[in-house]
Write a protein that binds this ligand. Structure first.
Ligand code: IDP
Ligand code: MG
Length: 153
């Protein structure tokens, strides 16, 4: 089963949207297999946003991600990476489609509520970046048999 990383960013925490984000994940049928609140130090932000370190706006990203703790979530499901990415919506909240997390709760590129992994390869790296092995939990959902068909699993 695929796993992906979701970070509930300070923009969500300050605006009281933690529950809204988690509810969308749960209602979709995805499973939370890891969850923790943490402060992000410079090192983990530099690594996590390595593709943006050279951008002029990188300091505001860092500042934004350190404004409060974040909540890191590991989410599991069939094709969880693309499913969670679709729930997230596009980067700029002003362009993100209504019905997506960013489309419904954000009007900003920077303050866009969540981070979600953008590929299977990055998801594997990012889950390991934020979680130790013993912080990821394996359990069977009571409604599993009504969430997927037998030929999907
Ligand atoms: P993503 O979060 O949709 O994967 P990325 O391009 O990986 O988008 O950018 C990571 C994060 O950096 C974005 O979610 C956003 O918070 C911030 N960011 C990206 N582009 C800009 C920008 O042009 N100005 C300010 N912040 C940006
Ligand atoms: Mg990204």
């Amino acid at each position: 089963m695929e796993q992906t990383l979701l970070l509930i960013k300070p923009s969500a925490i300050q605006r009281g949207l933690i529950g809204e984000v988690i509810t969308r994940i749960e209602k979709k049928g995805l499973k939370l297999t890891g969850m923790k609140m943490m402060n992000l130090d410079d090192a983990i932000i530099n690594e996590h946003y390595a593709h943006l370190v050279q951008k002029p706006f990188f300091p505001i990203i860092k500042n934004s991600m350190q404004a409060t703790p974040v909540i890191a979530c590991c989410i599991e499901g069939i094709e969880a990476v693309q499913v969670v990415r679709a729930l997230t919506g596009s980067t700029n909240g002003r362009n993100a489609l209504p019905g997506t997390i960013r489309g419904d709760f954000s009007v900003s590129v920077l303050e866009n509520i969540v981070h979600t992994s953008d590929s299977i390869e990055n998801a594997k790296i990012e889950v390991k970046r934020f979680f130790c092995d013993n912080e990821i939990f394996s359990y069977k959902s009571a409604n599993f048999d009504f969430t997927y068909s037998p030929d999907e699993i």
